[in-house]
Write a protein that binds this ligand. Structure first.
Ligand code: 3H9
Length: 697
């Protein structure tokens, strides 16, 4: 027996206990231990049933993802599942925690399943760019029928014990420890003379229109292929005998295992967990936070306040006037009302948040008791400095003073206080109660426990927090500015905004850059262009056509017109013909003869700009690791998760080819396309961005 599976005998029942913390992943030792445990039970005189449960916080949470990409070792998980089911004794699963992926597949291979009420289960393999590969796509539809199986396999969503019971995937829910409820259930089954029940022996499920389901899965996943593969695997359960269906599932699983999408998704899984673990914060205790102050109750401030209230914090909102404070209250209660409507909070919790946890004030003295304050006022250094001078005067010692600025210099803001060590940037993304990303911007003098507090707050708010250094735009907006410029250049040279947006949504982006501009409001970029105009290098190529759209009072979605025209009640716009006319006029004025861009070239240029600037951001230490950049783009900029993030995408494409592209673009525009020295160095050394992640681990 392996140490990962303990064997015990309780009366007529052999008990197999998984002991592979933290999540009882089904690594080699666990798989071997399960087979050995079943064999031992069969040989153990007098044993009539086998109970399997997990020690610690959970049942098996799936195959061991760290083994993926390496040569698989026997016993393979599908064989383990089949071996368990073939056991002539009755085999019972007692589930708690999360029975996911291979873990759920093990449970479906046992003959009876009981779970505690809080147990959750599901087949999340699509989130790793895979499908269930250990008989799950064959057993689940036999238990639930095809529609429910297709839903679970293609969405990867988790279900609770109650839903599992109603779908017929578990037999019973019982309060207690998995050991106690499992032993009692096994004994009850023995006493009742219950038969061995093999799911694989159930009749093949009724088919549906699988081609329609395949197309729907592809459309919904924006180009991610694994959900559509899941449809074909479930189809095999209807059309093939069990063993052949399992072989087909295996074939599809292994095909996906070899894809870049699988690598991208697994990179995202581990990076999401690594991003908040900073070596510099090891052993550093964050400051306690029970109440926070928010300054400015516009969309951003109200969103931050909402996120804080939803996570159980008290919030003091400061506005300039009682009227503005009331308007802020309206925005916050509107946001909380949405959470209530979606069932995220109860009416009582909602009322407590609005009436007890939220306080409004127009006086800085009202912030004297908060533990952390975030300013979300107008993006102007003078205004920010006034706010921080006031905060310095009124906030208690040890209070963390945070700015939500998207671009401005946190060092300069900190310098206007007598406590720069307490000052930090906490850059939320709008709407702040929805968007997952938080850039924790560390200034020169920020104290380590203040950085730790930024990360602790992010965790409490359910955010993915990424450490960033100070520069214009930090990680995300700085890189955005560069690839957005690459897109603008392509428009000047012959592409249309609509062609560019489409090429990028075809690559899996939630939106293209021009649709994003309309969503964010074109007035923001217009104001920036006006501010920067006197300081521009003459070699910069900045289109002016969109300024004319703004001059006519069209700022995108909020005014109904921008790059696109938005009809009332519709979110997606149609191309604005005036924009095309203005672009043509500008090209003529500049003497540019437009040329064709293929979708592939559009994507290559856009991504090359993103990755090249990412490499510069790394070089300068603004981002510590490539994976930090990847997480910023996945959680803040709608970057397709199945590419893993821009730096992972670059690795998967191959850095030498990317550098060749950049060098060839530099021949046309050497000012804009300057290859990042770090990229050149990696190519020269034959290394990848992921090697840098490993160096930093
Ligand atoms: C599969 O099963 C394929 C089969 O169909 C076919 C095979 C042939 N493996 O998330 P946490 C680590 S595919 C290895 O922070 P939580 C995780 O990296 C698999 N390691 O905890 C972290 O390590 P560290 C299908 C894993 O309580 C630590 O455990 N299953 C695995 O917030 C704690 O994790 C899934 O996709 C794993 N499978 O959430 C489930 N899982 O401390 C993936 C976790 O070094 N896992 N680790 O950073 C999850 O969704 C969550 O981890 C879970 C716990 C909900 C279980």
């Amino acid at each position: 027996m392996s140490d990962a599976i303990a064997y015990e005998r309780v009366g007529d029942v052999a008990v197999l206990i998984a002991q592979n913390p933290p999540v009882n992943a089904l690594g080699l030792d666990v798989r071997a231990g399960l087979v050995a445990g079943i064999e031992r039970a069969e040989a153990d005189e007098g044993v009539r049933a086998v109970l399997i449960y997990g020690d610690g916080s959970t049942w098996f949470a799936g195959a061991d993802i760290r083994e993926f990409g390496k040569t698989p070792k026997e016993p393979y998980l599908p064989d383990v599942c089949n071996r368990i089911e073939a056991c002539p004794l009755i085999v019972v699963s007692a589930m708690h925690g999360t029975a996911l992926g291979g873990g759920f597949e093990i449970a479906m291979s046992t003959h009876y399943r009981i779970a505690v009420p809080k147990a959750r289960m599901g087949l999340p393999e699509v989130h790793l760019g895979l499908i269930p590969g250990a008989t799950g796509t064959q057993r689940l539809p036999r238990l639930t029928g095809v529609p429910a199986a297709l839903d679970l396999v293609t969405s990867g969503r988790q279900i609770n014990a109650k839903e599992a019971l109603s779908l017929g995937v578990i037999d019973r829910i019982e309060e207690g420890t998995p050991r106690d409820i499992g032993l009692a259930y096994a004994q009850e089954l023995l006493d009742a003379g219950a038969p061995r029940r093999a799911v694989s022996e159930l009749p093949a499920p009724e088919p549906v229109d699988f081609d329609a389901a395949y197309d729907a899965a592809l459309k919904k996943s924006r180009g991610q292929i694994s959900p559509a593969y899941g449809v074909r695997a479930v189809q095999a359960a209807c059309e093939l005998p069990f063993a052949e269906g399992v072989a087909e599932e295996r074939r599809l699983f292994l095909e996906l295992m070899g894809t870049d999408q699988r690598q991208g998704m697994i990179h995202a899984f581990f990076s999401e967990r690594a991003v908040g673990k900073l070596p510099e914060l090891k052993g550093v205790e964050p400051r306690g936070i029970a109440a926070i102050g928010v300054i400015g109750g516009g969309t951003m401030g109200a969103g931050i306040a909402t996120a804080a209230l939803l996570s159980g914090l008290k919030v003091v909102m400061l506005e300039m006037t009682p009227e503005a404070a009331e308007a802020a209250r309206g925005r916050i209660t509107g946001n909380l009302g949405g959470a209530l409507k979606r069932g995220k909070i109860s009416q009582d919790t909602h009322d407590d948040m609005v009436n007890k946890a939220l306080t409004l004030t127009t006086d800085y003295a009202g912030l004297s008791d908060v533990d952390l304050v975030i300013e979300a006022v107008f993006e102007d250094m003078g205004v920010k400095k006034q706010v921080f001078t006031q905060l310095d005067e009124h906030c208690k010692p040890g209070c963390v003073l945070a700015s939500n600025t998207s671009y401005l210099d946190i060092d300069e803001i900190a310098a206007c206080t007598k406590r720069p060590e307490d000052v930090i940037g906490l850059h939320f993304f709008s709407p702040a109660h929805v968007m997952k990303l938080l850039e924790v911007v560390v200034a020169d003098k920020t104290a380590p426990d203040v950085v730790a507090t930024g990360f602790a707050l992010g965790k409490k708010l359910g955010k993915i927090s990424v450490r960033a250094g100070v520069c214009d735009g930090f990680i995300g907006n700085r890189i955005l500015k560069t690839y957005r410029t690459a897109a603008d250049h392509m428009v000047l040279d012959g592409a249309t905004p609509y062609q560019i947006d489409k090429a990028l949504t075809d690559m899996g982006f939630a939106m293209g850059p021009f649709a994003v501009g309309d969503l964010a409001g074109l007035d923001i970029g217009w104001a920036t262009r006006k501010r920067l105009a006197p300081h521009r290098d003459p070699r910069e190529r900045v289109p002016t056509y969109i300024d004319k759209v703004c001059e006519a009072g069209n700022f995108g979605q909020k005014t109904g017109k921008g790059y696109y025209i938005y009809e009332a009640g519709k979110r997606a716009g149609v191309p604005n013909p005036e924009v095309l006319e203005l672009i043509e006029a500008e090209r003529a004025e500049r003497g540019i003869t437009p040329r064709d861009f293929s979708d592939d070239e559009i994507r290559r240029r856009y991504m090359a700009a993103m990755v090249n600037e990412g490499a510069k951001v790394l070089e300068e230490g603004i981002a510590r690791r490539p994976l930090d950049i990847d997480m910023v783009f996945l959680f803040g900029y709608g970057f397709p998760r199945y590419h893993g993030g821009p730096m992972k995408w670059a690795d998967l494409q191959g850095l030498p080819a990317l550098l060749d592209d950049i060098r060839s673009y530099a021949k046309e525009d050497p000012y804009f396309w300057q290859p990042a020295p770090l990229l050149e160095q990696l190519v020269a050394e034959g290394r990848t961005f992921d090697d840098l992640n490993k160096d930093a681990a």
